[in-house]
Design a protein around this ligand. Structure first.
Ligand SMILES: Nc1nc2c(ncn2[C@@H]2O[C@H](COP(=O)(O)OP(=O)(O)OP(=O)(O)O)[C@@H](O)[C@H]2O)c(=O)[nH]1
Ligand SMILES: [Mg+2]
Length: 297
């Protein structure tokens, strides 16, 4: 038998190109939250896929921002650069036939990565009816930056993912597994509780509000058959608090119910979820508040 291979694979790109969707479909598990709105992912998240031949440690990252002004966005960009330290392969994700200055910003951030480690992954090809258009698109991007592989995929339809995975395994170093074979992530249960609540809020709230909320888990207590979770939703203004609660508490109730179902699926246990909404003025631009909310752990 060939020797076992293990390595780290970072998934980077501008916001909204489908990085988190790709991670979830590559590891066959909903770990990373997804939404139609950009800037959904705020933290690096490892998704670990172990087979008899290999262990791939994928890192989903926040969408890279250009010249971020808020402390929160600077934190998100730092997460992306951390993901590139000691990396074996970088997947640069773009959206088929789309290219803008934020993609150029990613090219800039990848300039110190050896082209030997760099794969261009063109996502959302299910939206392209005339596939021949991809040729000139690929040509344009290849003129800016060199890649070891170029792989068109549809993360949602899982097209091209098996090819992508075998090319990754081909290039991973021979090394023993870093994690037990049943471990699928580096993040703890509190992290997913907070993220799944945030995902439900993002999908129900419009405009700027999703960018202005953060979740802390104040209690996480596991009994034999049930997990008790107390979550706090932090916003910046009183008006935002009333929107999140909704008329007669309807929005918050729906968010809690949907998040509870997702968490029950993930943990295979009953969840008792209680939520509160609190105001902390300008938290997204305060390093201190970000620390309190766990952004720098
Ligand atoms: N049609 C189509 N849509 C996709 C595909 N992959 C992702 N999407 C959609 O693209 C949107 C963004 O997906 P995410 O996975 O949240 O994107 P992201 O790159 O992680 O975004 P950020 O975390 O904000 O940087 C969602 O509405 C997804 O359903 C795909 O292969 N095809
Ligand atoms: Mg994401």
């Amino acid at each position: 038998m060939d020797e076992f291979k293990t390595g780290y694979v970072s998934i980077v790109g501008r916001p909204n190109v489908g990085k988190s969707t790709l991670l979830n479909h590559l590891i066959d598990q909903k770990l990373s939250i997804v939404s139609r709105k950009p800037q959904t992912t705020r933290w690096n998240l490892q998704g670990i896929k172990t087979s008899p031949e290999s262990q791939i440690i994928f890192i989903d990252t926040p969408g890279l921002q250009k010249q971020p002004t808020l402390a929160l966005n600077r934190h998100m960009n730092r997460e992306v650069s951390h993901s590139l330290d000691h990396i074996d392969i970088v997947l640069f994700i773009v959206e088929a036939l789309k290219w803008n200055e934020l993609d150029e910003n990613v090219v800039e951030a990848l300039k110190n990565i050896s082209s030997n480690k760099l794969f261009l992954v063109i996502n959302k090809i299910d939206k392209v009816s005339d596939k021949s258009q991809l040729l000139s698109y690929i040509e344009t991007i290849s003129g800016m930056i060199e890649f070891k592989e170029i792989i068109p995929v549809s993360a949602i339809k899982e097209n091209g993912l098996a090819d992508l995975e075998s090319l990754i395994v081909r290039d991973l170093p021979v090394a023993p597994a870093q994690f037990p074979e049943d471990q699928i992530t580096d993040r703890n249960e509190r992290f997913f509780a907070a993220e799944f609540i945030r995902e439900q809020l993002i999908s129900r709230l419009s405009d700027e509000l999703p960018y202005r909320l953060s979740i802390t888990i104040d209690e996480f207590k596991e009994d034999e058959n049930i997990i008790h979770i107390h979550a706090c939703i932090w916003v910046e203004k009183k008006g935002q608090k009333s929107i999140i609660i909704g008329k007669e508490g309807k929005v918050l109730k729906a968010v809690g119910q949907a998040a509870r179902l997702e968490l029950e699926r993930l943990y295979g246990k009953k969840i008792n979820l209680k939520t509160w909404v609190k105001v902390k003025s300008k938290w997204a631009d305060s390093e201190q508040a970000l620390k309190q909310f766990g952004y720098y752990e």
